[in-house]
Design a binder for this molecule. Sequence first.
Ligand code: NCD
Length: 306
Amino acid sequence: MINKHLIDPMDFSIYELDEIFKLAQEIIAEPKRFSHMCDGKILAALFYEPSTRTRFSFEAAMMRLGGNILGFSEPNSSSASKGETLADTIKMVSIYADVIAMRHPKEGSARVASKYSSVPVINAGDGGHQHPTQTLTDLLTIKILKKKLTGHTIGICGDLKYGRTVHSLIKAMSRYENIKFILISPKELKIPEYIKEEILSKNNIEFKEVERLEEVISELDILYMTRIQKERFFNEEEYLRLKDSYILDLEKMNVAKDDMIVMHPLPRVNEIAMEVDYDSRAAYFKQAEYGMYVRMALIVKLLGVM
Ligand code: NCD
């Protein structure tokens, strides 16, 4: 994996993913052992779009490995505001840093960046397209809390059209056996056709599309809730009409399986009532924690420091 880019969830083989998860679990068990692994190394965090968890978890990951960070959390504080091209920014940054984590509102931007970079580029979200490190987080969470990555019925609920975490998760899970998807969304926010055709149908993965969460929640092993992606709507009225389409509360949780887990990439707006946080099946904060450890493992692997 040394010097590879991570742009799309399929960039790593299942074997490589297993290596990352194994290392992440070693780090969780014994974090101190890794605290100087990246001494003298620099991560550049280039965030052209808002982020809390992803940016902080990358930065915390690098700091916990003993490395340093540079970067910006909004493009106005970089030369992008003077009109510098992404290509030029990346050429420069790859001189200063050893690895780049980048989030950008434009689909495909991380792929473009990787062409100009002499160091590994990690896609931390490109528009409504992909978010592969959230997928690493999601898979590690499933592997730890559900003990395996195969044989699950996964309900994905909310904004399946613009939700990049959803697109990446479906892509990545399509390689594991006996996965069934139940896609829950308003009809305006259904999963893009290309995911249905090129991933689900092509790989003979069982899936159904429904509009009501109540109808299917009892069938699920995993419920992956998502936020309606306000910033990707062209029309504010449509956002306002759809924003409260789903609210997971204890009443709905009552009919779910005892061992179902609730995941969410966060931030949540109001699609999960706070009362659910106290239910032992709520896994979203644990998931955010695993996100930092899996990014530590990823950085170690890409830099080849062990
Ligand atoms: C997600 C994202 O940025 O796509 N957040 C995250 O990275 N944890 C989900 C979202 O913003 O809704």
